[in-house]
Each structure stands twice: as C-alpha cells, then as structure tokens.
Design a protein around this ligand. Sequence first.
Ligand code: GLP
Length: 241
Amino acid sequence: MRIYRALNYSDMSRKAANILSAQVILKPHCVLGLATGSSPLGVYRQLIEWYKKGDIDFSEVTTINLDEYAGISKDDPHSYRYFMKENFWSHVNIDPDRINIPDGTQTEEEDECIRYDRVIASSGGIDMQLLGLGRNGHIGFNEPGGAFDKDTHCVSLTESTIEANKRFFEREDDVPRKAYTMGIRSIMQARRILVIASGARKAGIVREAFFGPVTPMVPASVLQLHNNVTLVGDEGALSMI
Ligand code: GLP
C-alpha cells in the first residue's frame, strides 16, 4: 500500500484527483468506480476544474458507483444519483449512457443486484475504485460483520451509519434503512483502489483498517489484502499512524 500524506482536505482532494486524472489520461476508455459522501466532494470539484480548463476529457470514461439508498426515487435530492449528478456528472462530458449506479427504486432486490453485477462484468472490470471510509470502517455500504465474498447486495444499515448520515436529512427517521451496495468481492476485483480520508474523526478507523487485523468487523481492513491500494489522507486522518 502507498500512503500519501496531504496537508488538509483540499490538498488531499488535489492529490487524489491527480491520481484519478492520470488514470483517465493513460487509459481514456477506463472504468472508474465512484463514491459519494463528503470525502470525495473536493476530488470532484478539482476534476471539474481541470475538465473546464481542457486538461481532462471524460468522453470515453465509464463510471460505476458503489452504492445507492433503497426505496428512494431517482430525483430525490437525498439519492446518491442526485448527489453524483449535482456534484460531478452534470459538470463534465461523461456520456450519460456510460454512467451506472444501482437503481434504488427497484423492489426486486435480487434482480437489481444481478443486473448491477452484470454491468460491472460487462464493463470489463473497474480500473480504479475511489473509496471513502465510513466511521465504522464500512466501504460502500458494506457494514461490519458482512462476508468478504459478496457481490452486489442489499444491506440493512447499522445504527452508526444511520446516525452518521442523518446530517444529510431533515429528520433521522427520513434516513433510508436499506441500501444497495457493491460487495467486498466486487470492490476487491478493482485493479486499483484509491482511498481518501480526511479529518481527525477518521484517524481511529484509518489505523484500524490499515494497521489492525483483517476482519469482517472492520470491512475496510480487507484492503490490506489488495495488491494495489493507495491511501491519501490529510494530517488529521493520518494522525494515529
Ligand atoms: C456513506 C457512503 C460511503 C462513504 C461514507 C463516508 O456511508 N456509503 O461510501 O464512504 O458515507 O462518508 P463521508 O465521506 O461523508 O465521511
């Protein structure tokens, strides 16, 4: 694993955006695995800025998002589809036909998971997967205790995740209780993994995930077994390692 130490959130975002843009420049038809949450916002902002300057071209890129809340409409401002549209897709020249995210409106859970696994397989596999870290060590929405050998599945969110994500909703009761997520196996099949972490509140989980035992109780710890992981963290996030 490679660890890059950034000074602060914007430095972390720029370093991670540099790594992603190098991927796109080296392989213009690459497949990027994308993430939501507050961690990648700065990365997307930076990529948009470079796109507007003419430094990066997304026209051949395929994107596959990690996860989506279940039971939420596509236009709901809390949906991850909406988040991605607002914060990235609509600002760059990504072909809408090459954008992929689980469909949270699907009630036939198994069918939706099978469809999404087919999307990943038919893309030829993810070249670079961007990941944030949940407070409890979740990646995507793979919560502690889940098996490492899962592909896309529908999960029940833990109290800690509901608590962490309620800041985006008016009331805690509005936070969806279930989500579709790429599984740990799908994530581990990405050729390269880029993890970003910012702030002292992530310091404990960064240490556990990358320097603690590999255990399903800390889903991100499985990344220790991947042969091409880059972690970009700022001073706060790396303060315990
Ligand atoms: C959500 C997402 C994760 C993300 C996590 C951390 O739970 N499903 O993919 O990594 O939030 O969010 P943040 O970056 O806001 O700390």
